[in-house]
Ligand binder design. Structure first.
Ligand SMILES: CCCCCCCCCCCCCCC/C=C/C(=O)SCCNC(=O)CCNC(=O)[C@H](O)C(C)(C)COP(=O)(O)OP(=O)(O)OC[C@H]1O[C@@H](n2cnc3c(N)ncnc32)[C@H](O)[C@@H]1OP(=O)(O)O
Ligand SMILES: Cc1cc2nc3c(=O)[nH]c(=O)nc-3n(C[C@H](O)[C@H](O)[C@H](O)COP(=O)(O)OP(=O)(O)OC[C@H]3O[C@@H](n4cnc5c(N)ncnc54)[C@H](O)[C@@H]3O)c2cc1C
Length: 645
């Protein structure tokens, strides 16, 4: 900030906690903080990684530009001998959806998680050196959610010792895989395995798609891009592909390990949610402190919009959620590491819980984040609608996260199956453990009474936890009792699916709240850091309680009076967080390059930069627009009408 006026300096001076220490908490460790900081600055200072022109480029130019950036990123990774961790941070800060996301995020993990030792030795070195580029080809035109409904077949031919991958119908074309359309040379293709005329369900196969010499599709394979997607720029940097037919290489994988890749990717999506959410919140918070409307007395300054309680009521729960998702993401990473170690030792016992947690939290955090980005746009008023605010593009890139890697409702129904199984086993030998351990106290939770008598009582973490546990246990038991009335359980499951989804949401919210509370039990250094995190935890929990008051009241988990007291406490928490708001978003340590927003600039110098940015639009290249002579001038001169007379 040397030599630059900091318009947010007063705000930064108000902070009541140690921002530098909060940066470490947010990053996860001092090591990660220092590494991220160094790589973020490296990317921000490199002109090739410029991204402020994305919204105005044509699809072809946009895509070529993405290829250029990906190639440059790889060059820098090699030149600087970056570690895997540094390289992945570099791709993160380049901040452009690209084929590399699928290569590193799905193709490599799928091989690592599903291929045999021999296959890994063959394919991983090629993939690590990017001598082959891979994608993940599961979804078809006709089926995405229903994986068992995929139509592509892989028939083993003992004569040639090969699998013949065949898409017999239009609907069996692979449709959506990122990177498939124009770039990938290889894919992990999911197909129904057939040997000796017998079917063995869906398996993954490594298939070469394109020649490594001239990039042309191999014989029998038709490939292309599926067309423009939502939003200009945004996800259109990605070539989502369609492909049909194909001869094949060889592979075969242990059935259950296919699930491991989905568990892994969903876990990473939860961590990514906190990044996208914190980014939107950072923009909206800084701008809310810069923007002033109304309230001026005798010609004095107007009120900063962040001081309006309605603005705080919309913004601060999103800020709190960004931190909450960060911590639940950390925990989920631990859970994933644990389940992976067990899977390697052929222990599948914790897979159902890992599946339920990753599926449920992926659904909860992405739905919330997509809605929150849009709310942040509205929090920025009219200027939020400008591409230079960064929010429209962020929304367009982010919103498909609610669909990819499992539609969010379909995933909540998976959680519901797990919950219903847990409830049905209550009272048996099998005790609920992990995230469902609270069900072990179901008798208490069905009849306990919330003890809150005054607003401050809601600051007690045990009180919050018990209210959330009671709500979830009661909703789950109620729907399980309704299910039991159906002669056919599958029919009952379909009929009651909206109630089941609601119980799943409650369960997932409970997980997030409980992991935030657990985080606060750790030793957290730095003046005021733990106190601020405690406030955010309470805001996250009490805001959910307020938004889902119907659940809490109808289950009798709290009384209407206690609901009202929770709301009073929320307002008081907003006042306490207010002076710390800017510092809390500074703790994300985002560069202006990464934020990509004039409204969210670190220095708060919004108006001159908005003005400057507007002049850069290609429409302003000429004062008189193209088309004036054909269409505007004749109108103004009434020439068309005169011609008719
Ligand atoms: C501003 C600029 C910003 C720029 C940012 C740039 C960054 C952007 C980067 C973005 C990159 C994003 C890349 C996106 C890539 C997307 C990839 C994809 O989408 S890949 C395709 C993913 N597809 C799915 O997820 C399909 C969803 N469907 C399923 O997962 C399953 O089929 C199902 C969960 C719906 C289950 O179906 P069902 O037929 O009912 O069950 P099954 O027979 O399959 O299984 C029965 C049994 O298994 C258990 N199960 C199911 N799944 C799992 C699992 N994953 N792990 C463990 N166990 C699982 C299930 O519970 C059943 O158990 P049971 O005990 O029998 O009850
Ligand atoms: C940007 C993007 C990138 C993608 N990248 C990849 C990729 O790299 N590789 C890949 O293989 N795939 C990819 N996909 C595909 C993605 O995984 C699927 O679109 C996703 O799994 C959802 O499946 P679907 O499209 O079949 O939705 P559908 O299942 O057709 O969903 C349509 C509607 O039906 C509802 N529904 C479906 N089943 C049920 C049910 N049982 N009960 C109640 N409601 C139900 C859903 O909630 C939804 O509202 C990508 C998709 C997008 C948008």
């Amino acid at each position: 900030m040397d030599g630059v006026v900091d318009h947010l300096a007063d705000e930064r001076n108000k902070a009541q906690f140690d921002v530098e220490e909060m940066k470490i908490v947010w990053a996860g460790s001092r090591h990660v903080f220092e590494l991220s900081d160094r790589i973020a600055r490296l990317v921000a200072s490199d002109p090739v990684f410029r991204k402020d022109n994305r919204a105005t480029l044509s699809r072809k130019d946009l895509f070529k530009n993405t290829l250029r950036k990906a190639a440059h990123a790889w060059k820098r990774i090699i030149e600087l001998r970056l570690s895997e961790e540094e390289a992945s941070k570099l791709r993160f800060y380049v901040d452009e959806a690209a084929f590399t996301d699928l290569h590193w995020g799905m193709f490599v993990p799928a091989i690592k998680g599903q291929a045999t030792e021999e296959q890994q030795q063959k394919w991983l070195p090629l993939a690590y050196k990017m001598q082959i580029i891979g994608c993940y080809a599961q979804t078809e035109l006709g089926h995405g959610s229903n994986v068992q409904g995929l139509e592509t077949t892989a028939t083993f031919d003992p004569q040639t010792d090969e699998f013949d991958i065949h898409s017999p119908t239009l609907t069996s074309s692979k449709w959506w895989p990122g990177g498939l359309g124009k770039v990938s040379t290889h894919a992990v293709v999911y197909a129904r395995l057939i040997t000796d005329g017998q079917e063995h369900g869906v398996h993954g196969f490594i298939v070469q798609l394109r020649s490594l010499d001239d990039h042309l599709p191999l014989p029998g394979i038709t490939i292309g891009d599926i067309g423009m997607k939502f939003g200009n720029g945004a996800y259109n940097t990605m070539d989502n592909g369609v492909t049909r037919n194909g001869k094949c290489v060889r592979s075969n994988v242990p059935r259950q390990l296919i699930y491991g890749t989905m568990v892994f990717v969903r876990q990473t999506i939860v961590s990514d949610a906190s990044c996208a959410l914190s980014r939107a919140v950072c923009i909206a918070t800084r701008y809310s402190a810069v923007r002033r409307q109304f309230g001026s007395q005798n010609g004095g300054v107007e009120t900063q919009v962040i001081d309006y309680k309605t603005q705080q009521n919309r913004l601060f729960p999103l800020l709190a959620a960004a931190y909450a998702f960060r911590f639940v993401g950390e925990w989920l990473k631990w859970l994933y590491t644990d389940v992976t170690q067990r899977l390697q030792a052929n222990d599948f016992s914790t897979l159902p819980e890992a599946h339920a947690c990753t599926a449920g939290l992926k659904s909860l955090t992405t739905t919330f984040t997509a809605d929150a980005i849009e709310e942040c746009r509205k929090l920025c008023g009219g200027h939020g609608y400008l591409c230079s605010s960064g929010l429209p593009e962020l929304f367009a890139v982010y919103v498909p996260a609610c669909t990819y890697e499992g539609d969010n409702v379909v995933l909540l129904l998976q959680v519901a199956r797990f919950l219903m199984k847990t409830v049905s086993q209550l009272g048996s030998e099998k005790k609920p453990v992990g995230t469902t351990a609270y069900m072990g106290r179901v008798e208490h939770l069905m009849q306990c009474r919330c003890s809150v008598q005054k607003a401050e009582d809601w600051l007690n973490p045990n009180t919050i936890l018990e209210a959330f546990e009671a709500r979830t246990a009661r909703m789950s038991v109620a729907v399980a009792q309704k299910l039991a009335q159906f002669a056919n359980p599958e029919e009952g499951f379909l009929e009651l699916s909206p109630n089941l989804v609601e119980a799943s949401v409650a369960h997932c919210q409970l997980i997030v709240v409980s992991k935030f509370i657990e985080k606060l039990q750790q030793d957290i250094p730095g003046k005021g850091v733990k106190e601020l995190l405690g406030m955010l935890c309470n805001i996250y929990a009490l805001n959910i309680l307020h938004k889902h008051l119907g659940d809490f009241l109808s289950t009798g988990s709290i009384t209407p009076k206690q609901g009202s007291l929770a709301n009073d406490q929320l307002r008081s928490l907003y006042s306490q967080v207010r002076p710390n708001a800017i510092a809390l978003v500074d703790a994300f340590n985002y560069t202006d390059h990464y934020l990509g927003s004039v409204l969210g600039r670190y220095d708060g110098n919004v108006y001159p930069k908005l003005y400057e940015e507007a002049w850069k639009d290609p429409l302003n290249d000429s004062v008189v627009p193209d088309g004036y002579h054909e269409y505007i001038r004749p109108l103004l001169k009434n020439q068309l009408r005169n011609a008719r007379l």
